[in-house]
Design a protein around this ligand. Structure first.
Ligand code: BES
Ligand code: ZN
Ligand code: ZN
Length: 476
């Protein structure tokens, strides 16, 4: 893990990232006379950056004009990804980030740190492949200890989330996922209760059990709780995550290329829940949060549930299963029904739920739908800009629920192909009776190519968003 620290004085005996405002730039003490002249010339030539090689160290000067708005912060995170690549290419270990604006320095550090992530667990020559960069020093004395601590926490939480998503099913089945949650809970200081198959059967969680029928591994239902004594909320915030550790599609089998081949990512929602719980607990936010994860793979076996089956959900509702690949909504429904018991302030669920969400908006944003009031939605959108995790809201129109009508059961699990992210949400809505937001993260949760500071594979999308949301709640 990369470490971000405060440094009282920058020395020339290290790599430097210097962020300057080209407007009104006179000189920087971090640069030599020749370098200051070169920077001024670069400003005249309207360049955006200029790099100096000081023998064994590098000085990278990044130009950032005006106030650090959310857009500028994102540009700085993206430059951070480029800086990270240059430093690692040069086998650098440490870098000092210099900026007069604290927000600029923090965004740059965040970009570098998020970009420095690697998943090398299954590589033989880890040492050779491993990035050299391991330390970011922030020299601006206006940056608070808390800001630095929080940044380290959110980087750690994002790494944890990405690791969980990147771990293949061969090494992370439902039971193993629960073990990981326990480890994370122990490290961060929150409680983890795991229901085994017998308990899930006794509780009659019929949705989770139906999806699990074809599996060789039992399901688990995971309840994580962080309840600090100084919690400012009487009713808990509840996070629900889809924990489908692998999705073959079941008997409604998926094709392999660009489909089943990356379905280890289908527990990304559960990783958002664990990553957010980690961050909230580590930062000791005065917020009572409960995380719920129904976990199983969606396998094929002699006992698999089949298209046409009728199953009885935890809520007692019956569902005609028209497609076994629409399993995410089935397992989530049982968790959403459980959440009713918790008298929640708000329930947010995270799920790689539909290909329709990906077709609608690609990998650039999550689809969001829900019944929470406008004030909560505004807070979520504010956080989404702050961390640049974009959201597109879709409507919960009743016409989409009509698509779920069944002749034999209360409803089916399959809407029409068009607007499938909406009919999926309408299915989920039936199991809620509280303020609720559903995040369909199927697009942005898993990258097929690196995108600046978001690597190929698990991105951790959702965690920075929710940590920002809870941090702001804690301040109110
Ligand atoms: N896990 C998939 C959705 C998905 C698609 C996740 C792409 C990540 C990337 C989900 O379980 C699924 O298979 N959904 C089906 C639903 C359909 C059968 C109604 C889909 O979207 O095709
Ligand atoms: Zn599926
Ligand atoms: Zn799925």
């Amino acid at each position: 893990m990369i470490k971000i620290k405060a440094l009282t004085k920058s020395t020339s005996e290290n790599n430097i990232v210097l962020i300057i405002d080209p407007k009104g730039f006179k000189k920087s003490d971090a640069l030599s006379t020749e370098q200051n002249t070169a920077v001024k010339n670069a400003i005249k030539a309207e360049t955006k950056k200029i790099f100096f090689n000081n023998g064994s160290f590098h000085t990278l000067v990044i130009f950032s004009e005006g106030a650090v708005t959310w857009k500028v912060a994102e540009l700085l995170r993206k430059s951070g990804a480029k800086v990270c690549a240059i430093l690692n290419e040069n086998k650098s270990v440490s870098v000092n980030v210099l900026a007069d604006d604290t927000k600029a320095a923090l965004a740059m550090a965040e970009g570098i740190a998020l970009a420095n992530y690697q998943f090398l667990k299954h590589k033989a020559d880890k040492k050779k492949l491993s990035h050299t960069l391991s330390e970011i020093n922030l020299t601006n004395s206006k940056i608070t200890k808390k800001e630095i601590a929080d940044l380290n926490i959110i980087i750690g939480a994002t790494y944890i989330t990405r690791d969980l998503v990147n771990e293949p099913f061969s090494h992370l089945n439902a039971v193993q996922l629960s073990e990981e949650f326990k480890k994370i809970g122990k490290e961060a200081g929150f409680n983890v209760e795991v229901w085994n198959e017998a308990k899930i059967e006794a509780q009659k969680m019929g949705g989770l059990l139906a999806v699990n029928k074809g599996s060789k591994v039992p399901p688990t239902f995971n309840i994580m709780e962080y309840k600090p004594k100084n919690a400012i909320n009487k009713k808990p915030y509840v996070l629900v995550g889809k924990g489908v550790v692998y999705d073959t599609g079941g008997l409604s089998l998926k094709p392999t290329p660009m489909s089943m081949d990356y379905m280890k990512c289908d527990m990304a929602g559960s990783a958002v829940v664990a990553g957010t719980m980690y961050a909230v607990a580590k930062a000791e936010l005065p917020i009572h949060v409960i995380g719920l994860v129904p976990a199983t793979d969606n396998w094929i076996g002699e006992n698999s549930y089949a298209p046409g089956d009728v199953i009885t959900m935890y809520s007692g509702a019956t569902v005609e299963v028209m497609n076994t690949d629409a399993e995410g909504r089935i397992v989530l429904a049982d968790a959403l029904h459980y959440a009713k018991k918790l008298n929640p302030e708000l329930v947010c669920d995270f799920a790689t739920l539909t290909g329709a969400a990906v077709r609608a908006i690609g990998p650039y944003a999550s689809a969001i739908l829900g019944t929470a009031d406008d004030e909560i939605k505004q807070d979520i959108f504010d956080s989404s800009y702050a961390v640049f995790e974009r959201l597109v809201e879709f409507p919960l129109w009743d016409e989409y629920a009509d698509e779920l009508k069944s002749e034999v059961a209360d409803f089916t699990n399959l809407g029409k192909g068009e607007g499938g992210q909406i009919s999926a949400a309408k299915f989920l809505e039936k199991f809620t009776d509280y303020p609720w937001l559903h995040f369909d993260i199927a697009g942005p949760a898993f990258n097929h190519a690196q995108d600046a500071y978001k690597p190929k594979g698990g991105t951790g999308v959702g965690v920075r968003l929710m940590f920002d949301f809870f941090s702001k709640k804690a301040k109110k």
